[in-house]
Design a protein around this ligand. Structure first.
Ligand code: PEP
Ligand code: MN
Length: 346
């Protein structure tokens, strides 16, 4: 439920609404806007007596949010959320942000080389898993905490920001000590205790769509993060499982405009996991930017044939550089631009 205050409502009137909400046993979230302030009522269990709030001085109207997700919806907040990261990088504004790097952090040489290569081509955020959710327990599981150290070293050298996955609540703690963005993977999209931990991590979260999740379920999972007080949430379309096995997944580009209509949160797209095949990644990355994605996440490896995970979908560095040149042109056509890396040492 959203209590919209009149234009020019006084601070006293807003405070009164907040204290009545709290007296009723709910949480109040005042949200000052360009035109007027709205106060969100969090924790609505269906028994809220709206008339008590409607009659308060300074209240314009009480809006019942119709969607099952509340704080994530555009009904709750009409302005798009911009997630602000160190170094002036922002996701959800005019700039389209490119996150690139290998599937996994494999060793120091590999991650440093990948970081230099993607930075050179124009990425602003380095990806690379230190913990890897693998279908087989016998596949490479990631380096764990030493992998995080290597990512930190890559950031030191290149000034790229770091996005990496946490698979359990301990991992959230470790990842949030090092990373600029904590990634929650597709397989964990509905791991609700992990979402609660990530909601309290104090770091921006990248939430990937589950491989069999509807858009409503994705937004409800994001609601867990906001309900814990974390508003810096970036959604990610990464393909859902389809009936055709010719690509790894069915990359749902339509999710981009659909989510943008339903939610104020930024949405990026991952055509690498979306298609699973290197030569399909490039056109789908171009299409995602054309569709209005706030960013793309692309797997790039210095030597994809030797990759310990997801080699078949990892771009060669020169392919990635070519893709960057192409998406710069596409972004401009739709009135946006690709974010450029800050100079090292800036
Ligand atoms: C990844 O980004 O490396 C990953 C495992 O992706 P997803 O969770 O989308 O499968
Ligand atoms: Mn991968």
């Amino acid at each position: 439920m959203l209590i919209v205050m009149r234009h020019g409502a006084s601070a006293e009137e807003i405070k009164r609404v907040v204290s009545v909400i709290e007296e009723m046993g709910y949480q109040a979230r005042p949200m000052p806007g360009a035109q007027r302030t709205a106060v969100g009522l969090v924790g609505n269990d269906g028994r809220v007596d709206a008339s008590r709030l409607e009659g308060l001085p300074g209240v314009e109207e009480v809006i019942h949010v119709s969607k099952p997700y509340k704080q994530v919806s555009r009904e709750w907040k009409t302005e798009s959320t911009v997630v602000r990261l160190p170094g002036g990088v922002a996701i959800g504004g005019a700039e389209v942000v490119v996150i690139a790097g290998p599937c996994s952090v494999e060793n120091e040489r590999q991650i440093l080389e990948a970081a230099r290569q993607v930075r050179e081509a124009g990425a602003v955020i380095l990806r690379g898993g230190a913990w890897k959710p693998r279908s087989s327990p016998y596949s490479f599981q990631g380096l764990g905490r030493p992998g995080l150290k290597l990512l930190a070293k890559a950031r030191e050298e290149t000034a790229l920001l770091i996005c990496t996955e946490a698979m359990d609540p301990d991992g959230v703690r470790w990842v949030s000590e090092v990373a600029d963005i904590v990634q929650i993977g597709a397989r964990n999209m509905q791991n609700f205790s992990l979402l609660k931990a990530a909601g309290r991590a104090g770091k921006p979260v990248l939430l990937k769509r589950g491989m069999a999740a509807t858009i409503t379920e994705l937004l409800l999972s994001a609601e867990y993060l906001l309900a814990e007080g974390n508003h810096d949430v970036i959604l990610c379309e990464r393909g859902v499982r389809g009936f055709d096995t010719i690509t790894r997944n069915l990359f749902d580009i339509s999710a981009i405009p659909v989510v943008q209509k339903l939610s104020h949160l930024p949405i990026i797209a991952d055509p690498s996991h979306g298609t699973g095949l290197r030569d399909k990644v490039i056109p789908m990355a171009r299409a995602a930017v054309a569709a209005g994605a706030d960013g793309i996440m692309v797997e790039v490896h210095p030597n994809p044939d030797a990759a310990l995970s997801d080699g078949a979908q990892s771009l060669f560095p020169d392919q990635f550089a070519q893709l960057m040149r192409e998406v710069r042109v596409i972004a401009e056509v739709i009135g946006r631009r690709i974010a450029e890396p800050a100079p090292v040492g800036a």
